[in-house]
Design a protein around this ligand. Structure first.
Ligand code: NAD
Ligand code: KPL
Length: 305
């Protein structure tokens, strides 16, 4: 019997992974916040995945954090700001050889979790897949993409990549996962805050080309200082390419703000500005962007961390 995948966080990505693993016959258990959420889930027929307009429901087993079964493989699918506290609730259930797969966007939460669990193997992930919930226990697979997985302290690939293959989850083991995460962070810093400030789709940033270019230059400088020259290479062109390729989309941060949800600012722009401060690097436009974004969040009554 293969190792059970415990999935922490039944949101968009957690449900997308759980449904595909379950569809492939891989053992999966979904960890819900509490008894109330579990009762709600148990009243539903399972998790529903909508792909190209077609819905299928998978009867994945649900449980609460205090369920007795030990955990050997944990997919952490919470937001970056929830990851540490959500994992802390499970600490007593984690087997000595537990492996965690951290799906969080940005940087900062992964290191915090790794420090919280020094014995665990922490695998970092960077995903370009897109999903959103259109109802309780229901997720729409909105954007096909790829997930890179890697262990910053151990280059050996994880043994369970076969499960992902079987589940049809496009993936690749990456020996430079930090470079990928830094690159994605830089892209998100150059695009997402501006879409919030200008209240626009990604494509409308083509009208703010100079501002984007200035931010890219500062971000590239930061990446170099942080020992990530590969993530800095040709950053502006990549940002322009993404703005063009996703022109009709609203960025994830725009969507969070529009739906009055907390953003992951501390793990994106906040993390970048902190790294600049640590290196005594003056990046005036990036720092000003953070001030403007925080003001905008405060004006909307949203958390600014
Ligand atoms: P989400 O808000 O849809 O899901 C997070 C889930 O975690 C929620 O259901 C929440 O209730 C649950 N949760 C939080 N604390 C918990 C706890 N203590 N116990 C149990 N459950 C708990 O978020 P998402 O969109 O799936 O994003 C997850 C991460 O993946 C984020 O860092 C995001 O940036 C990243 N990401 C998302 C997408 C996407 O398309 N949704 C794409 C790429 C990366
Ligand atoms: O990842 C993104 C997001 O919206 O979070 C893109 C589309 C790259 C914009 O930064």
């Amino acid at each position: 019997m293969s190792t059970t995948w415990h999935i922490l966080g039944a949101g968009s990505l957690g449900t997308l992974w759980a449904a595909r693993l379950a569809r492939a016959g891989v053992p999966v258990r979904l960890i819900l916040r509490d008894k109330v959420r579990l009762a709600s889930y148990q009243a539903a027929p399972g998790l529903t995945l909508v792909e190209q307009g077609v819905a299928h429901t998978y009867p994945v087993i649900g449980e609460t954090p205090d369920s007795p079964q030990p955990i050997r493989r944990l997919l952490v699918a919470c937001k970056a700001y929830d990851a540490q506290s959500a994992i802390a609730q499970l600490q007593h259930r984690l087997a000595p050889d537990v492996e965690l797969i951290l799906l969080q966007n940005g940087l900062g939460s992964q290191d915090a979790v790794a420090a919280q669990l020094p014995q665990a193997r922490c695998i970092f992930a960077s995903s370009t897949e897109g999903a959103f919930r259109d109802g309780d226990w229901r997720v729409v697979f909105a954007g096909h993409g790829y997930t890179w997985l890697g262990d910053a302290s151990h280059p050996t690939p994880a043994l369970w990549l076969d499960d992902l293959q079987a589940a049809g989850i496009p993936h690749e083991w990456s020996t430079d996962i930090l470079t990928r995460l830094w690159r994605k962070l830089a892209l998100n810093c150059a695009i997402n805050p501006l879409t919030v400030l200008y209240q626009c789709r990604n494509g409308e940033l083509q009208a703010h080309q100079c501002e984007v270019a200035t931010l890219c230059a500062e971000l590239a400088q930061l990446l170099e200082y942080c020992g990530q020259p590969a993530a800095a290479a040709d950053l502006q062109h990549e940002v322009e390419r993404v703005i063009h390729a996703t022109a009709a989309n609203y960025s994830s941060m725009y969507q969070d703000v529009a739906n009055a949800r907390r953003t992951e600012i501390s793990y994106l722009l906040g993390y970048a500005c902190q790294a600049a401060t640590r290196h005594q690097l003056n990046l005036p436009h990036l720092q000003q962007l953070q001030v403007r974004l925080v003001e905008q969040l405060l004006a909307r009554g949203l958390p600014h961390d």
